[in-house]
Design a protein around this ligand. Structure first.
Ligand code: GAL
Length: 341
């Protein structure tokens, strides 16, 4: 959205806390600027850094005041941070919850204070969430399952999933299982370990992968890794057994390190979710909501156990060696010189 357009919208409404000068012909008039609060779970995965940078940039471009906090994988801290965002006058909260269930209280408290809540990337469960901005997360898992089962149609599988308090983790797993379960039922695939990794911790994933390799005398044919952080950890464990590049491993997020591993041949694929687009879409939706305008781009509804939440869902893209350049480099998500360094 162009700055001029937002200024026009701002000039038409009286909102929020801050004030901005809007020119009306020669005359400058004071207008209210809506304040948006953003609460992210972490900055550990590179993708969350990209989300943050994009939201900050879009807010700057369109003249929205942004207050952003990072919860460092701590749901209680996130709850307190959101209280403070609302107390500081945020009219809309964009929240990527650390714990999907626990974050319901963030929504309740925000609503009591008259603020609206967008669940960002991860759904907030059991609450009257105003909008969900994310990807088709079941599809993410399907893309992982499809890629892995093509590379290893039969054999011994390790199935790792993300943090149990993150609703996405269950969605990714469900998507992958849509593809893998029929092969498990046919006994083409045997799953020797099916485990969630708390907080998506690479350290925990590496320990887990090291242990399962030892327990099965290195006879593992495929690893379903739910994101690139966990993929990297599993590949490090495989490397220690001289198996990196010999056992297919999935991923997600299009991290630079993952793209480098794909080029090297140690990681089979990743799933590209354009988090820059997601960040921009969320900020634009927040602006509309703060101004009491309808949100454009809604293309679905997702039930969160309490209500059908109107949703803007973007498409994930599977990336392997074959389309890495066109998907990630031509789109300027990653730089060629970094990937091929
Ligand atoms: C998920 C998110 C993934 C990944 C993971 C770990 O909720 O959708 O992209 O980053 O969290 O942070």
């Amino acid at each position: 959205m162009k700055k001029a357009m937002v200024s026009a919208l701002l000039c038409a409404a009286s909102l929020g806390l801050g004030m901005v000068g809007c020119s009306s012909g020669e005359k400058k008039v004071q207008q209210a600027v809506p304040k948006v609060g953003v609460s992210l779970p972490t900055q550990r995965e590179e993708r969350w850094v990209r989300d943050k940078v994009k939201m900050e940039q879009v807010c700057r471009d369109i003249g929205l005041e942004l207050v952003l906090k990072v919860a460092d994988n701590d749901a209680q801290r996130q709850d307190k941070q959101c209280d403070s965002l609302v107390a500081q006058g945020a009219k809309v909260l964009i929240v990527a919850p650390q714990d999907g269930k626990a974050a319901a209280s963030i929504v309740e408290k925000a609503h009591k204070a008259g603020a609206k809540v967008i669940a960002y990337d991860r759904m907030i469960l059991g609450a009257d969430v105003d909008l969900y901005v994310s990807f088709d997360n079941v599809k993410v898992g399907e893309l992982q399952g499809e890629a892995l089962s093509k590379l290893a149609p039969k054999g011994v599988y390790v199935v790792l999933s993300g943090s149990p308090d993150d609703n996405n983790a269950a969605q990714f797993r469900a998507g992958a299982m849509k593809v893998l379960q029929p092969l498990i039922d046919k006994k083409d695939i045997t799953v020797v370990l099916d485990q969630a990794i708390q907080d998506w911790s690479p350290a925990e994933a590496q320990k887990t992968m090291t242990a399962v390799l030892a327990a099965h005398k290195n006879k593992i044919d495929a690893v379903l890794a739910p994101n690139d952080g966990i993929a990297g950890a599993c590949i490090a464990a495989l490397e220690a057994q001289n198996l990196a590049g010999k056992v297919p491993v999935t991923g997600q997020d299009a991290d630079l390190a993952a793209a480098q591993r794909i080029v090297k041949g140690t990681q089979s694929m990743t799933v590209y979710k354009n988090t820059r687009k997601l960040g921009a879409v969320a900020v634009q939706a927040a602006l509309a909501m703060a101004m009491g305008q309808p949100v454009a781009m809604i293309n679905g509804k997702v039930n969160n156990g309490k209500v059908d939440v109107p949703a803007i869902l973007c498409d994930p893209i599977a990336v392997d060696k074959g389309n890495l350049d066109s998907a990630l480099i031509s789109s300027d998500y990653l730089k060629k010189e970094d990937v091929y360094k």
